[in-house]
Design a binder for this molecule. Sequence first.
Ligand code: SAH
Length: 457
Amino acid sequence: MERLPLFLDVQAQRCVVIGGGEVALRKATLLVRAGARLHVVAPELCDEMASLCEESDALLCRTEFHECCLQGATLAIAATDSLEVNTAVSLAARARGIPVNVVDQPELCTFIVPAIVDRSPIVVAISSGGASPILARSIKGLIDSLLPARVDRLAALLRELRDSIKAKIPRFEQRTRFWEKILEGDIPELVYSGKEQQARERIEEEARRPPRAKGEVYLVGAGPGDPELLTLKALRLMHKADVVLYDRLVSEAILLKLRPDADKVFVGKARADHAVPQEGINEMLVRLAREGKRVLRLKGGDPFIFGRGGEEIETLAAAGISFQVVPGITAASGCATYAGIPLTHRDYSQSVRFLTGHIREGGVPLNWELLVREQQTLAFYMGLSGLEVIARQLLEHSMDSSMPVAVIEQGTTREQKVCVASLEDIVTRVAAEGIQPPTLIIVGRVVALRDKLNWFG
Ligand code: SAH
């Protein structure tokens, strides 16, 4: 983040605008809307600026800019056509420690004026850090269309009731739950449809019987890496959770989407390096939920596909803790798609098998004979260190040595790498390309379609 976003109180504070044209007018209007005491410095004013100054009882200096105009100002905005004047304003303001903005010249600014969606008291500010004001404006349009039309009324009502509810429900956690429950229910809809009084009464009635903090666990699949592959439900629960237990496969980009104040606990697990053993995770889930927390157990891919999700909820069910499970896009599906490989295809494959390639003592417990079939795709999870055994076994069980194999590293992310070779060459090729886990291995005729269908990267 290049700049710190803040909302500044300028009520009755003197804010200086240098310039009298249309651009200056836009900034001056904004300052007046925020309650500032407007001070305009310009030898000439456009008509609207003259009217604005009159209506808002602004201070007006019909002169060229001079440093003394900034004396005691809270902030300054320069919007003149002259680089010389703009630079002089910037230097003078900085010398006095006054925040300064020069329109369209980020290098002369100490703050920038964001694009805003104003539904006061809700205000959303958007900045592209000067990179592209047009992009910021299009994001503003997007956000504007997402906000309910009367969200301002809802915010005003909540503000009105805030203190009385605080007195009725003094405990912070309980009060947070209370407001969340109000906002998740049908009360906002009452306000949006103009029934404010009814909404007010309902909130007051609910406050007479506030909810008890009841813990629960959300076992959520975070998908293979690309945050846009999260489900809407996953995202909603990610915003709700108080504590998050996540493992190594959950990408950084996905963690950024969590509620910023949620406690985040890393619980492993790289192969053979379990930061917290499975029993420890199960116990932690139970303990946190019993403390009344909403616990998010965030897992890569789908929690029920090689995710030990079943074991985790067995413990929860036995302890009588309520839970929800949210499926995610599993690695086979995500990696195959982002590598341009359809897992099934009318001409080349009528079935797909999800397999573990995790080598145990004494070899992988797989029925190799069943795996060596035409018209079938094999997707191996956790298979990189066992790739040599997998390839050897398939060859020994008479799979065509030219069968195409894809090894996909960090599929669906910007770091995705795809290594394709024939079954007999794949081990050498993977070693030569330095492929690292996590990887998904796909074996089958469908892999050859990548030549035509690759679309990513
Ligand atoms: N529950 C997960 C799988 C967990 S097992 C799911 O449904 O996807 C861990 C294995 O998943 C890794 O060893 C790797 O084989 C695979 N995997 C998960 N994410 C991956 C990714 N982004 N790219 C490649 N393989 C991935």
